[in-house]
Design a protein around this ligand. Structure first.
Ligand code: AMP
Ligand code: ZN
Length: 471
């Protein structure tokens, strides 16, 4: 079955065919480590983890590269404002390096708690300044840059197809140039963007490096182009991020990458839709914001949030509130209970053989391979758990298979501990088993009453008699 994915570049669902037979190059824009990730950010990373899991289950090996933005991301996307890390460092009286290290650790704690598979390579922007400088030099040699007010700019008019991902209307951009001259005298076109800053209006930055254009620091967009090409080559398969990255960040990444190499850069662009809170927009600037730790402090398990996200398709907006999260928790714990009951009945993993089990597997694969349709795939999970035509072994085996995509830690569920009873209760039960064998029903009944008085129920099933503690 082919894997079908929605490609933002072409605005349609396409069959996924990697550039290289079985090895997929996947780049995702990582976090800007100036604060904790909010659960909206985490939704985007969960979508990328889901994509990777679906590709892996479909037989591809995935080389996943994710960057850590620890320099150059300004508070405004259009080259305005202060570097986010510098801003936080000043506010909290810590160094930028301390800020970066602290929030990178916090990010990966969330990442692990949400059971996301770590990328093959995690690369920090500050470790790749030389690759960025080399890329800017290449752009300069190709006539795509100019220096103005001390900064190096990318000229969008130096390429024929700026804005193709976002389908920007270039005519209206041209009109905007005139308006924009007043806004930023340094830019020839309002959409031109900084590749290298030597002149920041926020004075001496803590993070600066020597360069052919003077001491300074890179723009945010050049980071992702330089690092992705360094690790995945000049053309690779998939680039992902949140939907907000389309009009500026990803648009600029494409412009500079393709201008530098003269080749198509990324084959499939994939974007996760936003998680919305009650106010409509999730923002870190509002003071207290929704983090995984906050959900945990309210008694939720990270897997509840993972289940909640699986309930929405990654290309649809998802509204967050605690009622919906509670509903997800109830559903998830029901799944856990059912899996535990299967184990209690002795279920084990087997090779699927019956036509019915195989058709359940096919339906699931078809759904997740159809642009990661997790709401349908979750319905498949419930269908399997409730399906009387499947044996316990088949159900358990399908659950384990499905969880390679869901990542809900269903494989770590264990059978409940066997309850132990006092020796006198066990002795009475044995006596009763013997009495039943001898068809001494009166004795069997009186032993049952005796056990009942001690606080134990006798359960008779076709496979034998057992005790249960009375509630
Ligand atoms: P940042 O750490 O700010 O660079 O953001 C990390 C990722 O989260 C980016 O891919 C953003 O596009 C994404 N993102 C930001 N806000 C939201 C949101 N409310 N819902 C989903 N993703 C988001
Ligand atoms: Zn990026």
């Amino acid at each position: 079955m082919p894997v079908l994915l929605y490609n933002t570049m072409n605005r349609c669902v396409e069959e996924f065919v990697p550039l290289d037979d079985q090895q997929v190059g996947l780049y995702s824009c990582g976090p800007t480590v100036y604060n904790y990730a909010h659960i909206g950010n985490l939704r985007t990373f969960l979508f990328e983890d889901l994509l990777k899991r679906v590709l892996q289950l479909s037989g591809f090996s995935v080389n996943h590269v994710m960057n850590i933005t620890d320099v150059g991301h300004l508070t405004g996307d259009g080259d305005d404002g202060e570097d986010k890390l510098e801003h936080m460092a000043h506010k909290t009286n810590r160094t930028v390096w301390e800020i970066a290290s602290y929030y990178t650790d916090a990010f990966f704690k969330d990442y692990d708690e949400l059971n996301m598979i770590r990328p093959s390579t995690v690369c920090k922007a500050t470790d790749h300044i030389q690759q960025m400088i080399a890329l800017i030099k290449r752009l300069e040699e190709g006539g795509h840059t100019y220096i103005s007010g001390g900064n190096v700019y990318f000229s969008i008019d130096s390429i024929p197809d700026y804005g193709k991902l976002a389908r920007l209307d270039l005519e209206s951009l041209r009109t905007a140039v005139r308006e924009d001259v007043e806004a930023d005298d340094n830019k020839r076109n309002s959409k031109d963007f900084v590749l290298w800053f030597t002149n920041s209006k926020h004075g001496e930055q803590a993070m600066m490096w020597p360069s052919p254009w003077g001491r300074g620091f890179p723009g945010w967009h050049i980071e992702c182009s330089a690092m992705s090409m360094h690790y995945l080559g000049e053309s690779f398969d998939i680039h992902c991020g949140g939907i907000d990255a389309i009009p500026v960040h990803h648009t600029n990444e494409i412009a500079q990458s393709e201008a530098a190499t003269g080749k198509p850069w990324v084959k499939y662009w994939m974007h996760g839709e936003f998680l919305l809170d009650e106010t409509g927009k999730m923002s870190k600037s509002k003071g207290e914001f929704l983090t995984l730790s906050l959900l945990k402090s309210k008694g939720f398990d990270p897997m509840d949030y993972r289940y909640f996200c699986l309930g929405g398709h990654y290309r649809s907006q998802l509204k967050f509130n605690f009622d919906s999260l509670s509903t997800a928790r109830t559903a998830r714990t029901n799944v856990y209970d059912r899996v535990q009951n299967l184990l209690k009945d002795g279920a084990k993993q087997v090779t699927l053989a019956s036509e019915h089990a195989l058709s359940s597997q096919r339906a699931f694969m078809e759904h997740i391979q159809n642009d990661l349709n997790t709401p349908r795939a979750l319905a498949d999970l419930w269908g399997v758990l409730k399906d009387d035509r499947l044996s316990s072994d088949e159900k358990y085996s399908l659950v384990l298979l499905f969880d390679q995509v869901f990542g809900l830690r269903l494989s770590s569920i264990t059978a409940p501990e066997k309850e132990t009873f006092p020796p006198e209760a066990e002795a009475l039960l044995l006596k009763r088993v013997q009495a039943k064998k001898e068809k001494n029903w009166a004795l069997a009944d009186s032993l049952r009453s005796e056990l009942d008085a001690m606080g134990y129920l006798v359960k008779d099933t076709p496979s034998g008699s057992s005790l249960e503690k009375k509630m």
